[in-house]
Write a protein that binds this ligand. Structure first.
Ligand code: FES
Length: 176
């Protein structure tokens, strides 16, 4: 049902209405041209943002880890458990330290190589799991066992000295 504008230009119309002759319906109407303009601007902004991310990753590539980093005492992580840790650097990268078996340790980046969800060690499965899309990695090598992750988890080398656990860059295993 069409509504009649009470101020349709007749004698009841206040003076402001004739000074600003906009109709509510028309004022909220977005034409095809405006919508196309908005879409073009929006896609342009997205393209610029993506370009900036690519340029940043090329200009500031991830630096290899320098030196050894103390993580914890051996006694702090029981066999079959995992410890999450960060290494402060140019950017903070989360890692997991896994006490696989007696005297066997592994350390991996915690970001899944699919869409960067945080992975975790599942002792019951003896696998590293990404809960987002059911990706699984080997806790021994970081290789992909199942699911969408395209690459193994980057691995650090674990060094034990006097009951203390250190990690350092794993030059052999992270070579592409
Ligand atoms: S983010 Fe890990 S499987 Fe998708």
């Amino acid at each position: 049902m069409a509504h009649k504008d009470p101020y349709d230009g007749g004698e009841n119309t206040p003076s402001w209405k004739s000074d600003f002759p906009f109709q509510a319906k028309k004022a909220t109407h977005v034409g095809r041209r405006e919508f196309a303009k908005f879409l073009a601007l929006f896609s342009g902004a997205l393209a610029l943002t993506n370009g900036a991310i690519v340029i940043k990753s090329l200009t500031f590539p991830t630096k290899p880890l320098e030196g050894e980093h103390f993580i914890c005492n051996e006694s702090d992580v029981a066999v079959g458990s995992m410890l999450q840790f960060d290494i402060q650097g140019s950017k903070v990268i989360p890692y997991i330290l896994i006490h696989l078996k007696a005297n066997e340790w592994r350390a991996f980046e915690q970001k899944c190589t699919h869409l960067t969800c945080a992975v975790r060690f599942r002792e019951d499965l003896q696998k590293i799991e990404c809960p987002c899309h059911h990706g699984f990695f080997s806790p021994d090598t970081g290789e992909v066992l199942q699911g969408p992750p395209p690459r193994p988890l980057p691995q650090l080398e674990v060094v034990i000295k006097d009951g203390k656990v250190f990690v350092k860059e794993n030059e052999q295993k992270n070579k592409v």
